[in-house]
Unconditional design. Structure first.
Length: 220
């Protein structure tokens, strides 16, 4: 099974291996399955910058340690790209994620829908597998609504989408309104910086509560 999961690298591969009669669970990686911000903070400190959690965004919140100056957009973009290249396979799992997904996979078909750079997809797949999260990984770019629509069309209801970013919930609501959307932000420092996404059906920030909700959803 692990070899099959690793081989599913494209949308077509994943759809071909979905069971139409089973519900689908589309899960973001960063700040849903993986402790993205905590690892990014350590990386930035190592390269002379720091992340100040003043708002729920990266651009504008990264500062040069020596000068105290706010990093401009181009510098932020370069640092994030370097972070993925250096650290994509060195990010810890969110507490309870592996256990909850293992239980949920008895009923749902999990697919990890992540905006990781495509050049890093294989490393992210391997890293997730070592964390007990050995599910198909689709490297998306930009809005996730079109991908969610295509995936959901190949599986049974309910189809579920879980992500930390409000614009992604808006995208899925526009392209696949029948998909059940869960707003999830793992890092407890980030939660107060961001209200529930307008286009999400519910906000849950821990995996035990999310597992219970998704189990109940099957019988609703």
């Amino acid at each position: 099974m692990a070899d099959l999961v690793t081989a599913m690298t494209t949308m077509e591969d994943i759809i071909a291996n979905l069971t139409p009669e089973r519900p689908l669970l589309m899960v973001d990686a960063d700040e849903v399955l993986l402790q993205f911000v905590a690892r990014l903070e350590r990386f930035l400190l190592d390269v002379g910058y720091e992340l100040r959690l003043e708002s729920f965004r990266l651009s504008g919140n990264i500062f040069d340690q020596a000068s105290g100056d706010r990093a401009d957009a181009a510098t932020c973009k370069g640092l994030i790209a370097r972070f993925f290249d250096d650290c994509v396979d060195d990010i810890g799992a969110v507490e309870g994620a592996a256990e909850a997904l293992a239980a949920l996979s008895e009923h749902y078909q999990p697919v990890i829908l992540t905006n990781v750079p495509k050049r890093c997809r294989a490393r992210r797949q391997a890293s997730l597998a070592t964390l007990g999260l050995d599910y198909p990984v689709l490297a998306n770019a930009g809005e996730k609504g079109p991908a969610a629509k295509r995936l959901a069309s190949a599986a049974a209801h309910p189809a579920v989408f879980i992500d930390d970013l409000p614009p992604q919930h808006a995208s899925v609501a526009a392209h696949a309104p029948h998909v059940h959307r869960v707003h999830f932000v793992a890092d407890p420092r980030l939660g107060p910086l961001l209200p529930k996404a307008e286009h999400a059906h519910i906000r849950l920030d821990d995996w035990p509560a999310l597992q219970l909700h998704l189990t109940d959803l099957l019988s609703s």
